[in-house]
Ligand binder design. Structure first.
Ligand SMILES: [Zn+2]
Ligand SMILES: [Zn+2]
Length: 284
C-alpha cells in the first residue's frame, strides 16, 4: 500500500464572500483530500470589486495570491486558496467576450505557490446602455441569461456610485433600478451590466469548478525529485510534424511537466501528427 497523500485530511483556508466553497470543497475533497475552511471574516472586496467601487490594485494573479494569504492569516493555517477573475474582450478574437480565471494555492510550510488559470470563452459578460425595457434591452437580458444570472444597474454618466444596484435578478427590481438610474444620469440612460460575482453567475461558478478540478489534479501529483504536491504541465513545446509533409508546425509536439517548488522538469513527447491545415508548408 502506498503512503497517503500529504494533504489527505489537511485543512486549507479559503477567502470568499461569494459561495465559491461549494465547488472548491467538492473538487479538492476527492483528491488530494484537502478540507476547505472558509475564512468568513476576510473581506475580499478590500482587494477590489468588479463594479469598481473599490479599484483592484494588482493584476488578478497577484490578487488571488493575496486573498489566499489573507485567509491563511485569518484562520492561522499554513495553506490558503483563492480565486480571481478578470473579464473583457477576448485577447485574440476581440469581438467575443472572455474571462481570465485564476485559482491560487499557497503552502507556507513547503514554500509552495501554485496558480492555475484558463481563458474562458463560456461567459455571459457584457453590458448595454438604455432608458427603457425595449426589444434591444430584452435581447441583451436574454443573452445575459437574466433571472438565473444577476445584473447590475447604474446611471450611465454617474460621477459617484451612489445609485449602484447589484445582484438584480427579478424584472420588477430591474424596472425600478432602471427608472431610478436613468433619471439620475445626465443623458437619461442607465447602464446594465452582467453581475460577475460567482454566487450570482452560475456560468462563472462552473468555470471556477473546472479550474478547481485542474488544481486538484495538479496537487494530487507529487514531484519525484522533492516530493512536493503540485507536479503537472507547465508549458508546451511547439513543432508537431505535419501529417502530410512532416514539416514542424506551431502545434505542441511535447508537454513540459514541472514542479511548483523545485526545478525538476520532464518532457513528454506527443505521439500524433498535425492537421495539414495548420502546416506552414501545406497551407501557407
Ligand atoms: Zn520538486
Ligand atoms: Zn505539411
Amino acid at each position: 500500500m502506498s503512503a497517503p497523500h500529504p494533504y489527505r485530511d489537511r485543512e486549507v483556508a479559503l477567502a470568499t464572500k461569494h459561495g465559491k466553497e461549494r465547488v472548491l470543497a467538492t473538487a479538492l475533497a476527492e483528491r488530494p483530500g484537502l478540507m476547505v475552511q472558509v475564512a468568513t471574516e476576510v473581506d475580499t472586496d478590500q482587494l477590489g470589486t468588479f463594479t469598481g467601487e473599490i479599484e483592484r490594485p494588482a493584476p488578478p494573479r497577484e490578487t488571488a495570491l493575496r486573498k489566499a494569504r489573507l485567509a491563511m492569516q485569518a484562520l492561522r493555517l499554513p495553506r490558503g486558496l483563492a480565486s480571481e477573475g478578470a473579464f473583457g474582450p477576448h485577447p485574440i478574437a476581440g469581438f467575443i467576450p472572455a474571462g481570465l480565471e485564476f485559482l491560487a494555492f499557497v503552502d507556507e510550510d513547503l514554500g509552495l505557490e501554485l496558480v492555475v488559470h484558463h481563458l474562458e470563452c463560456d461567459t455571459n459578460f457584457g453590458h448595454t446602455v438604455t432608458d427603457q425595457l425595449d426589444e434591444r434591452t430584452s435581447q441583451f437580458l436574454q443573452s445575459a441569461q437574466f433571472g438565473s444570472h444577476a445584473v447590475t444597474v447604474r446611471p450611465n454618466t454617474a460621477t459617484t456610485d451612489e445609485a449602484l444596484y447589484k445582484g438584480i435578478r427579478t424584472s420588477s427590481a430591474l424596472a425600478a433600478a432602471l427608472a431610478c438610474c436613468a433619471a439620475a444620469s445626465s443623458d437619461g440612460h442607465a447602464r446594465i451590466e452582467t453581475d460577475m460575482r460567482a454566487h450570482l453567475n452560475p456560468t462563472r461558478m462552473r468555470s471556477i469548478a473546472r479550474l478547481a478540478t485542474e488544481l486538484a489534479e495538479r496537487l494530487d501529483r507529487l514531484c519525484q525529485s522533492c516530493g512536493a504536491p503540485g507536479f503537472g504541465r507547465v508549458a508546451t513545446e511547439p513543432g508537431l510534424p505535419c501529417r502530410l509533409c512532416l514539416t514542424a508546425t506551431p502545434q505542441p509536439a511535447a508537454d513540459i511537466h514541472g514542479c511548483a517548488r523545485c526545478e525538476h522538469r520532464t518532457r513528454i513527447k506527443r505521439h500524433e501528427l498535425a492537421d495539414p491545415a495548420g502546416c506552414p508548408f501545406c497551407n501557407p
